[in-house]
Design a binder for this molecule. Structure first.
Ligand SMILES: N[C@@H](CCC(=O)N[C@@H](CS)C(=O)NCC(=O)O)C(=O)O
Length: 209
């Protein structure tokens, strides 16, 4: 049994979609990021972020995981029959590690600079410049991903993987129309393709009713 701690339209979307792809038994637990988080949640995820996954394993262990990239790979490993990642040791798996790390460490961080610029400086006069720089980085990095998705349609060519679920989640991060994905044809095509998957549609029905 899995427990996913989530907030609507957050990084948890890709993990939620992966649970749907697998057809696993899971429960959703809503986390209110706008209120101060209870100590019980901070004990699970000391960063005070979502997602957090708890896996009550068949061997009796209760595993707690945070960071969506790690959660996605763990789920892919526990359920190889779902075909969410190429086998460990394959070249496809290497690329899967690369792109998940790139999306999490680089692309997501540039979004953070743009949406939470005050977190990157103690100088109030520097906030606008960090937001601007974040936007520049988003363009540079999404451009790189767009080239990697040519010819695609997925990160790993013809083979769908958890990298595409992560990308689909990032494609939703366009508050007030900022940094829209449709400037990048291959990105937009990949996100649209992922969006059509029945499992992703079930996840979207919860997050974006
Ligand atoms: N790289 C992390 C990022 C998690 C993250 O930043 N989640 C956001 C929601 S999309 C969050 O919890 N934000 C609350 C905050 O930063 O205070 C992951 O993918 O799990």
């Amino acid at each position: 049994m899995y427990h996913l701690y989530y907030t609507l339209e957050s990084s948890a979307m890709c993990c939620h979609a992966a649970l749907e792809e697998i057809g696993a038994d899971y429960k959703l637990h809503s986390v209110d990021l706008l209120s101060s988080l209870p100590p019980e949640y901070l004990a699970l995820n000391p960063n005070g972020k979502v997602p957090t996954l708890i896996h009550e394993r068949d061997d009796g262990e209760r595993l707690v995981l945070f960071q969506s990239g790690g959660i996605l790979l763990y789920l892919a490993d526990c359920h190889p029959e779902a075909g969410l990642a190429p086998p460990p040791g394959s070249s496809g798996r290497g690329l899967c590690y690369q792109w998940l790390a790139f999306l999490g460490e680089m692309v997501q961080q540039s979004y953070m600079m743009s949406y939470y610029p005050d977190r990157f400086t103690s100088n109030p006069d520097g906030v606008a410049a960090i937001d601007e720089k974040g936007g520049e980085w988003i363009d540079i990095l999404l451009g790189q991903v767009d080239r990697a998705l040519d010819p695609g349609p997925y990160f790993l060519g013809a083979e769908f993987s958890v990298c595409d679920l992560y990308l689909h989640t990032l494609s939703r991060w366009t508050p007030a129309g900022r940094h829209p994905f449709d400037r990048f044809a291959n990105l937009a095509r990949c996100a649209a393709l992922v969006n059509e998957r029945p499992a992703v549609q079930r996840m979207m029905a919860v997050h974006c009713e």
